[in-house]
Ligand binder design. Sequence first.
Ligand SMILES: Nc1nc2c(ncn2[C@@H]2O[C@H](COP(=O)(O)OP(=O)(O)OP(=O)(O)O)[C@@H](O)[C@H]2O)c(=O)[nH]1
Ligand SMILES: [Mg+2]
Length: 378
Amino acid sequence: MLKKLFGKKGASTEADMAVPSAEEQTAVPSVEEGEAGADEPKLKKGFLRGAWEATKKLALTPVDPWFEAVAKGLDATRKGLVNQVASLFRLHGKVDEALWQELEDILIMSDVGAAATEKIIEELRNVVKEKKLTTAEPLLEEMRTILSKVLNYDGADVPAEPVEPLNVEPGRLNVILMVGVNGTGKTTSTAKLTHRLKTQGHKVILAAADTFRAAAIDQLLVWGNRLGVDVIHQSEGSDPAAVVFDAVNAAKARKADVLIVDTAGRLHSKLNLMEELRKIRRVLTREIPDAPHETLLVLDATTGQNAVNQARTFNDVANLTGLVLAKLDGTAKGGIVVAIAQEFQIPVKYIGLGEKIEDLQVFHPKPFLSALFGESDG
Ligand SMILES: Nc1nc2c(ncn2[C@@H]2O[C@H](COP(=O)(O)OP(=O)(O)OP(=O)(O)O)[C@@H](O)[C@H]2O)c(=O)[nH]1
Ligand SMILES: [Mg+2]
């Protein structure tokens, strides 16, 4: 259950959502000990009373770590995208062509993408007509509903704990293939995913199938060492498909539950890269007929529309089963999630929200939107 962190619905600006600062909190008078009902200071209405109530509420509210992590990671996007839209709707007042133009600019600048932007504006225009709205303020809540639809949210309850959105089944060796162009976050996401799966009790083995650079193999070995998992590797320049063949056999012999294959993002040409991925897939399928069980494309959220183009290219050759949108914490343009959902049927399964091992979160539209709009439905 998501708990209220940022106040009531519609309270979407920084000022509206303000929780007392540390200074303000220390300004709350201390409780006199020994008195009956001592935990209630004698405050009448006004700012101090409000600050006390807010502090008390915050202290009593169990913080949902999943929501909190997503909210923290999406802070820049919330400020960059949603707060701008909220201000526009509040300050612009009437609904006119200038409003739509400005909204379009904000959405495009936040990487929501042309198709999703067009859809959002078209639906908002319909709402204005149907509900005969004359002011723009109610449109923020309407936009949230439209985004929910674009993100394919069917209204189902959010599980208390994030459920791993992976085709990982007990009693077999599950293979996850990580793909993507160089620098998007494949190796880091591989390590983060290993950490998640290991915490859930799975035995994980890694395959260093990025043999293009010695440093890439070393990077995975360091992660393997830190995480306490085996890394199957060969030397720089060796055949990645041969590494994968070895890794499948090692994983079977060591009775692993999950094998995660980290691949190269850069080769001498793009054609080589795609050919190499095909070859890796062929080896996997020969060894385990239904493998890979997941092929996750890692995208760098800060690269905007390039990420959309990469998804298109990889989807043609790699039979993607899901997307990992890394580095969402490093951008105010988290609108890319919306652009991708509008354009592809491939689900965003995880979002990367930082460089630390815990900074990979299961993507779920509801906490995502709640975090983005600075509110929760809990
Ligand atoms: N802020 C932030 N940085 C990230 C995230 N994911 C990865 N990074 C950083 O992005 C950089 C590249 O990550 P890698 O995991 O090495 O990327 P890669 O796709 O394996 O790169 P190649 O092996 O060169 O193709 C590293 O400095 C990571 O720490 C994230 O979610 N947030
Ligand atoms: Mg790498």
